[in-house]
Ligand binder design. Structure first.
Ligand code: AMP
Ligand code: ZN
Length: 481
């Protein structure tokens, strides 16, 4: 089976060859947690969830490590905490919890690891020290800056601009606005900056301060995936400067010519031809779409939002419209009714479907296949003899099973009776319950209570007990009725 992925770095669709097929490693930049995520922010989460599922199908569930970070140190977070008169921790905890609930409702599996930037300050400092030692970073005025021109002197390092395909002249022109006096070169970027007394800060060799944004991802990917890993993803707006700078930091610090072998970027979700964004004010939060009638006069369920998203190839822009959601809603209702009324054979994805996804996540082609399966199953059960309708019930049920199995690979559950727990929710609750059990064993009561609130917010009842044999705490759970 060959998997082909478009690589921003080579600007081609390349055959994917993992560094270690027993542990395929992917890093995706996660949210900055200061406010509700909008449906544009959900696009990378859904796209890379589909890739995560595909990699698990191809290499085995236990052989894929997916890291998606939480950026919980950022000036926007400080501003929001001050505005609301609450602590920074309160803003980041609450926003991270809402984000997890929202993306679980969209059918996304939890990543293997969800590191928080504030828990990786030591790794950031270690990388910055290496960069200074190699002569590509300097301390000035309480700041530490990456010196872009010095990168050319680091043996084996790629050229700065290689990922975003920009020339140095372009970047200098872009950076000329508002050059801070402590910068040696206009293109230099911040690795560490000083914190005022009322700003969050950590002790460092350069005084009390906090990290720049780019260094966070170099540190977290290093800690959890190693110096070089397979896939690095995010939205197209992250290519420059964020990913270009991550690449510069990691290659110079670790002495490799690459950070990740494949760089993948999703296109924008747009409203009337413009990027959906907080700053343009043309956004709909995931929460609003799930829980209010503000878009198209009705609530949408997570699978409808997801299906509408996957109709478009991930590198193309999507126009977010009520029409597209209504069409997704009708399709989903038709598929689910068919499965509920007639049943389905084993949930097996088909080879042709896996091949469509393996061609740089060609979800539009994959969905065309699904529409064909659904139509053929319906031809059998509800009359209308098409030339390729199943010949007997066995064949019809097998095809219905294919439909369920393929949809599941896209993260869309077709076979859930309303009262059942969706598999993503189950995975999420199980993970949280396990973490809370660890906290209880370690007698970390505050953390255990915090996790309990997070679990209860998912609509779950917890039952704590003790194992009769070992005396160890146990926890079971069920959905709130
Ligand atoms: P931000 O909170 O702006 O850092 O964005 C978080 C993630 O969402 C990043 O991977 C962005 O590239 C992505 N993103 C933001 N806006 C959009 C959009 N309108 N369409 C697609 N992806 C987006
Ligand atoms: Zn990042």
């Amino acid at each position: 089976m060959s998997l082909k992925l478009y690589n921003t770095l080579t600007r081609r669709k390349d055959e994917f060859v993992p560094i270690d097929a027993a542990n395929v490693r992917m890093y995706v930049c996660g949210p900055t947690v200061y406010d509700y995520a909008h449906i544009g922010n959900a696009r990378p989460v859904i796209v890379f969830d589909v890739l995560f599922r595909l990699l698990r199908a191809l290499y085995g569930e236990a052989h894929v490590t997916y890291v998606r970070n939480i950026t919980d140190v950022d000036d926007k977070i400080n501003a929001r905490a001050a505005e609301r008169g609450v602590s920074i921790r309160e803003v980041t905890e609450e926003t991270a919890r809402i984000f997890r609930e929202d993306v679980a409702a969209l059918g996304c599996l939890p990543p293997t690891v969800e590191p928080r930037a504030t828990e990786h300050i030591a790794e950031m400092i270690a990388i910055i020290e290496r960069l200074i030692a190699r002569g590509v970073a300097y301390a000035a005025d309480g700041h530490v800056l990456f010196n872009v021109p010095a990168m050319a002197g680091v043996p084996g390092a790629p050229a700065y601009g290689a990922l975003s395909n920009r020339s140095l002249d372009e970047m200098i022109a872009g950076a000329r606005v508002d050059v801070a006096p402590y910068k040696r070169d206009a293109t230099d970027f911040v690795l560490w900056k000083p914190s005022a007394a009322d700003e969050p800060g950590w002790e460092s060799p350069w005084g009390r301060g906090r990290p720049g944004w780019h260094i966070e991802c170099s540190a977290m990917s290093w800690k959890h995936l190693g110096e070089v890993f397979d896939i690095h993803g995010g939205g197209i707006d992250l290519v420059f400067p964020h990913h270009e700078n991550e690449l510069a930091q990691s290659t110079c610090a670790f002495g490799h010519s690459v950070m990740a072998n494949v760089w993948m970027h999703n296109g924008f979700l747009q409203v009337e031809g413009e990027k959906m964004s907080k700053s343009l004010g043309n956004f709909h939060t995931i929460r609003e779409l799930l829980e209010t009638d503000s878009f198209g006069g009705r609530k949408w369920d997570g699978a409808e939002l997801r299906l509408a998203m996957l109709r478009t190839h991930y590198r193309q822009p999507i126009d977010w419209t009520v029409d597209a959601l209504e069409e997704a809603s009708r399709t989903l209702a038709r598929w689910r009714n068919t499965i509920r009324r007639n049943g389905a054979g084993p949930a097996e994805p088909t080879q042709e479907f896996i091949e469509a996804l393996s061609d740089d996540l060609n979800t539009p082609k994959a969905l065309t296949l699904l529409l064909g399966y659904g139509a053929r199953v319906n031809q059998f059960f509800h009359g209308g003899a098409g030339a390729d309708a199943p010949r007997d019930e066995e064949e019809a049920l097998a095809l219905a099973g294919n439909l369920v199995g393929c949809a599941a690979l896209l993260g869309i559950a077709l076979d859930v009776a309303e009262e059942e727990v969706a598999p993503e929710l189950k995975a999420q609750v199980d993970a949280l319950v396990a973490r809370r059990l660890e906290a209880r064993k370690a007698r970390e009561w505050a953390e255990s209570d915090r996790l309990r609130d997070e679990i209860v917010a998912l609509g779950v009842v917890l039952m704590d007990g003790k194992d009769a044999a070992t005396g160890q705490p146990t926890t079971t759970w069920e959905l709130k009725r």
